[in-house]
Design a protein around this ligand. Structure first.
Ligand code: DI6
Ligand code: FE
Length: 406
């Protein structure tokens, strides 16, 4: 069934950058875009259903390319303590922080994790996010990592949402391996990744490269293993210090390197050469009251594609809104609203290896788009949170939120 969506303007992101068409129309054929262009040039056919978008601005469906959406419990108590001056490191040293979420996640049933994650994912969908990445990394043993990744797969079955599952077993050291990080890396490479990849649960492999997590040498062992298994990699890099994880990621042709506050120009050059996307995470920057901004000018100079994501996680970024990240990317990192919008569509899709099918409005791509009742695309970055009236189309079908209740 073909549908002509008309009476709209389109921020298409076609041809690799922000771009737009005023007075546009979009012809969809089932789940694909068949044609998009100025309304006056639209192919007319009587067999078409017509939908009047009432002057809305249409963007690609938003893509949240870095989330830790599946986890047990919450850390609002630690949030209160940190406001009283207790440091993240102190909390971690007494067994809180990531370790606390690992305990809660291991203890939770798969169904309980699924219910909580579904509610969070539905919130994203309501604000126009049609594709998300979900990381494991709060299980840190084979059964618990498997449980998290299965929840990620179930989300894609339960909601009209494209989900990419990333194995982040190398997120933190589990208590069973205290003071034995190399043994844990060996366990990831010899046991966990081969099993989880064989079970079809892994679309990408991630690691946390930081002095409080894993060294570049340890990360490289994980990357080599992923490469042998034929799975693309990405990396949490340069969040708290400069270890040149971004350059290491580029050497392994990583889809993305994420955080990047402490990256250097040389890291940016390496990323440009390998086509690795820079994923900036203003939610974690904000919550940690970080003052070192990622080097946006160096990324621009080197023409590294810049994505923005929520990093939704219970510790450093309990961010339930990707649209809020648009504002924070502009306000905190000085991105332009056009860069921010490209960062949650075009470049975010590329950070997930989905650039052939998602992230822009072009003939042949998946018909995932959002029709916003706004006067200018910059409003998406301008309003601070809240709900903007929007109609969400996924795979050529308009979503009916009344039938998608939490
Ligand atoms: N970087 C982060 O900001 C989160 N993980 C990571 O590698 C923090 C996760 C947490 O505190 O639970
Ligand atoms: Fe993260």
């Amino acid at each position: 069934m073909k549908t002509l969506w008309h009476h709209c303007n389109a921020a298409t992101m076609a041809n690799g950058a922000y771009s737009s068409i005023e007075d546009a129309a979009i012809l969809t054929d089932g789940p694909r875009i068949e044609w998009i262009g100025p309304r006056a040039a639209a192919p007319e056919s009587d067999a078409c259903k017509r939908v009047d978008l009432q002057g809305a601005w249409v963007t690609p469906g938003l893509v949240d390319c870095h989330t830790h959406l599946v986890f047990g419990g919450d850390r609002s108590g630690e949030f209160e303590e940190r406001l009283q001056g207790v440091s993240y490191a102190d909390i971690a040293a007494r067994g809180g922080g990531i370790a606390g979420t690992v305990r809660a996640t291991r203890a939770a049933s798969e169904d309980a994790l699924f219910d909580a994650a579904r509610t969070r994912a539905l919130g994203l969908l309501r604000e126009g996010v049609t594709t998300i990445e979900v990381k494991s990394g709060y299980g840190l043993d084979l059964p618990s990592e498997r449980k998290m990744l299965r929840v990620a797969r179930r989300l894609a079955d339960a909601l009209p949402l494209t989900v990419r599952a990333t194995c982040l077993a190398a997120h933190a050291l589990p208590p069973e391996y205290a003071a034995r990080p190399d043994d844990y890396i060996g366990h990831i490479c010899d046991v966990m990744l081969p099993a989880l990849v064989a079970e079809g649960l892994v679309d990408a492999v991630d690691a946390f490269c930081e002095h409080i997590a894993f060294s570049p040498q340890q990360v490289e062992r994980v990357f080599r293993c992923a490469q042998e298994l034929g799975v693309p990699v990405k990396l949490h890099a340069e969040q708290l210090s400069s270890l040149h994880g971004a350059t290491l990621a580029a050497r392994y042709r990583a889809l993305s390197a994420d955080h990047l506050e402490y990256m250097t120009e040389a890291d940016a050059e390496a990323m440009a050469q390998s086509g690795t996307v820079a994923v900036l995470l203003p939610g974690a920057f904000y919550l940690l009251r970080e003052t070192q901004c990622p080097p946006v000018d160096a990324l621009r100079r080197q023409r590294v594609p810049i994505a923005l994501a929520s990093d939704m996680n219970p510790g450093t970024s309990p961010a339930l809104s990707l649209r809020l990240m648009l504002n924070m990317g502009c306000t905190l990192f000085r991105l332009t609203p056009e860069e921010a919008l490209a960062g949650v569509t075009l470049h975010a899709a590329r950070a997930l290896g989905l650039d052939a099918t998602h992230g822009s409005l072009e003939a042949g791509k998946t018909a995932d788009f959002v029709a916003w009742r706004i006067g200018r695309p910059a409003e998406l970055s301008y309003w601070l949170g809240g709900a903007l009236p929007a109609r969400v189309v996924r795979g050529g079908e308009e979503l009916d939120f009344a039938h998608l209740n939490a």
